[in-house]
Design a protein. Structure first.
Length: 211
């Protein structure tokens, strides 16, 4: 591990030739076994997900926002259905930055598992804004927020970067902070799930993204 200031490099410059077919096949096999449950589409106050918001009634909630509704009734003593204000959970588009360790300690099965995880997550988070940063002593942004990179290309690019160097944790966090333009740890109250084998990935991701 190192605390030295890293350098942000171009993924193409960091990568070598495409990974051998056996490595690609193994990574794709692992990715095929991973699936992150999609958030439920229900938006009612009891069963929905996301931020609680006050909205005009549309038949999906019975949790009335009394203060907002009374304000409407002052102007419309004979209310229409749209004058009733209710509270609903509204799922907003999330911004997700994945930081993937490709340092020397990640050689072999570990880097294949990491690449497969990135590929699987990119497919499952297609409705969200996703950035991917691979890091070692330096770092490379494989995809920026707002830039759609196909999951298969992310997987292939990851595997083309040789596992090398020391683990520089501070620098990729700085890169992620610039992507998100906010203080990740303080605002996000980050959580840690330990991954030992690829079978641990799905339960860990489910726990993180379920809330």
């Amino acid at each position: 591990m190192t605390a030295e200031q890293g350098t942000l490099v171009d993924p193409a410059a960091a990568g070598e030739a495409l990974a051998d077919p056996q490595t690609l096949r193994r990574a794709r096999q692992i990715a095929a076994q991973l699936a992150v449950p999609r958030p439920r589409r229900d938006v009612t106050a009891r069963r929905g997900i996301g931020e609680l918001a006050s909205l005009r009634y549309r038949g999906g909630s019975d949790d009335i926002d009394l203060d907002a509704t009374l304000e409407q009734l002052v102007e419309h003593p004979v209310p229409e259905e749209e004058d009733i204000i209710v509270r609903e959970r509204v799922r907003t588009r999330r911004s997700v930055v994945l930081l993937v360790d490709v340092s020397g300690s990640m050689r072999g099965e570990r880097v294949r598992t990491a690449a497969a995880t990135v590929g699987a997550l990119a497919a499952e988070l297609e409705r969200d804004d996703l950035a991917v940063v691979a890091f070692w002593s330096d770092a490379a942004v494989l995809s920026h927020l707002g830039q759609h990179v196909p999951p298969q290309r992310l997987l292939d690019t990851m595997l083309a970067i040789p596992a090398k160097g020391l683990t520089n944790i501070a620098f990729p966090l700085q890169v992620a902070a610039r992507e998100l333009a906010r203080e990740l740890a303080r605002l996000g109250h980050g959580r840690l799930r330990r991954i030992r084998t690829y079978t641990d990935i799905a339960p860990a991701l489910s726990a993180i993204f379920a809330s």
